[in-house]
Write a protein that binds this ligand. Structure first.
Ligand code: GLC
Length: 426
């Protein structure tokens, strides 16, 4: 496939999944708007339709809650093909949404789209309107998800991480009960191979948490402390820190001084606190199980994605080394879990497969830190995966088997973004 053909295919995927003011990740399996999917997909749109890129992020931010939270799914239109739908979440919103959030990558996306905008007037106007909302979301994180002021925020549901069934959560997840879960029928396994998806046991716990939060009226002043699942994920925090940094830079440029100063503070505090998650032994960052105050010794990509934040140079160098070590254990970077670890599963969702969005953000961070060899290897592997297996949701890191849903929006967006922006991909 030539570069032009690849971009043409990718644009086709985006336009097929475009619902006018938002995109669905893929038809069938995910028929609504997902939070971080939208922010990252906007990057793809911005190369050929800047107004449409802005609309994607505006639609997402239009559903922000009063407390600042931006939900992980917006159920724009009813669809029976998805579980758990609005009736399970019961958040009582006019346009229904879930009551949990997802990695806050919108700040990064806005800055990136503005930086290279052809229509600079439009970009400045759009960014000016979006920044206060994104900033309020960031502040919500540190208020609601870091009540002790540690500098790092916790997720309270695995779906918030975006890495739904990562091995990282296994032990902490055992603390989530399965009793009193209302009977339900999964829909995901009708759209994708059950072998590629989370197990039924995991689904019961996902739903237990939803029921618990719903019983607390989705009151974010109570959810953090009430959740038996509270994990500090380095990848998630890195995305938040990077977005705070990008908002700070943009706000300074646009004369929004208070937002700039507050964002800079949040980023600085976050970066300093990330050090508490570093493991010399594993050569990467680790998750912290906040409920028991212990690091989780699980070699997953969450601790490598931390390269997306402005971490110290020596940490970025160590992560680059970690990536190159992983390259010896599989054919395609970056496996979501270390292939040498006992729980690695090359096909099952976030327990082994490669995800292009994680690759993109990790490569972006490593490149910024001057770790070009590792960054280049990651980008090359993304393009090889697309050539071999098309725009899948995720891929087996050993065989390149396409997994999960097909014709996937953010995989396509990442290809457009990498081919257009990354010198390494030229
Ligand atoms: C899955 C992924 C999540 C993504 C969603 C929509 O749930 O784990 O990260 O946002 O699908 O693509």
């Amino acid at each position: 496939m030539t570069r032009e053909e690849m971009i043409r295919h990718a644009r086709q995927v985006l336009s097929d999944n475009d619902r006018g003011t938002y995109t669905v990740p893929t038809k069938g399996l995910y028929p609504f708007q997902w939070n971080w999917d939208s922010a990252l997909s906007a990057l793809g749109f911005s190369h050929f339709d800047e107004p449409r890129a802005w609309t994607e992020i505006e639609t997402l931010m239009a559903h922000q809650w009063d407390d600042g939270m931006v939900p992980h799914i917006i159920f724009h239109q009813p669809d029976d093909g998805y579980f758990p739908g609005p009736e399970v979440w019961g958040t009582g919103r006019e346009v229904p949404t879930t009551g949990i959030t997802q990695p806050p990558v919108a700040g990064f996306a806005v800055r990136r789209i503005l930086d290279r905008a052809r229509d600079t007037g439009l970009a400045a106007e759009k960014a000016k309107a979006l920044l206060p909302k994104i900033h309020a979301w960031h502040q919500w994180f540190y208020r609601a998800r870091d009540p002790q002021g540690t500098g790092l925020v916790a997720i309270i549901h695995p779906w918030e991480s975006g890495r739904d069934n990562s091995v990282d959560w296994d032990d902490a997840f055992k603390r989530v009960p399965t009793e009193d879960v209302q009977p339900f029928t999964r829909r995901d396994t009708a759209h994708a191979n059950p072998e590629h998806r989370p197990t039924d046991e995991q689904y019961k716990r996902y739903i237990w948490l939803v029921q618990k939060f719903r019983s607390l009226d989705w009151d974010n002043t109570r959810l953090h402390d009430a959740s038996p699942f509270r994990i500090v994920d380095p990848g998630f925090n890195a995305i938040l820190i990077r977005s705070c940094q990008d908002v700070a830079d943009l706000a300074a440029r646009l004369g929004m001084d208070q937002i700039a100063a507050e964002s800079r503070d949040m980023a600085d505090i976050g970066i300093a606190a990330m050090e508490t998650l570093w493991s010399d032994r594993m050569g990467q960052y680790l998750c912290l199980d906040r409920s028991i105050g212990q690091l989780i010794e699980s070699p997953s990509v969450g601790g490598i994605l931390a390269a997306f934040a402005p971490i110290p140079k020596d940490r970025a160098a160590a992560l680059a080394q970690r990536v190159m070590t992983l390259a010896k254990t599989c054919e395609y970077l970056i496996p979501s879990h270390d292939p040498g670890a006992p729980d690695f599963d090359s096909l099952r969702y976030w327990r082994g497969p490669v995800w292009l969005i994680v690759n993109f953000m990790t490569a972006n961070g490593l490149e910024r830190a001057g770790e070009t060899v590792a960054a280049e290897r990651i980008v090359t592997d993304c393009l090889r995966l697309i050539e071999t297996s098309g725009f899948a949701e995720y891929y087996d890191p050993i065989t390149a088997e396409p997994c999960g849903g097909a014709h996937f929006t953010w995989s396509a967006a990442m290809v457009i973004e990498s081919l257009n922006t990354c010198e390494l991909a030229a």
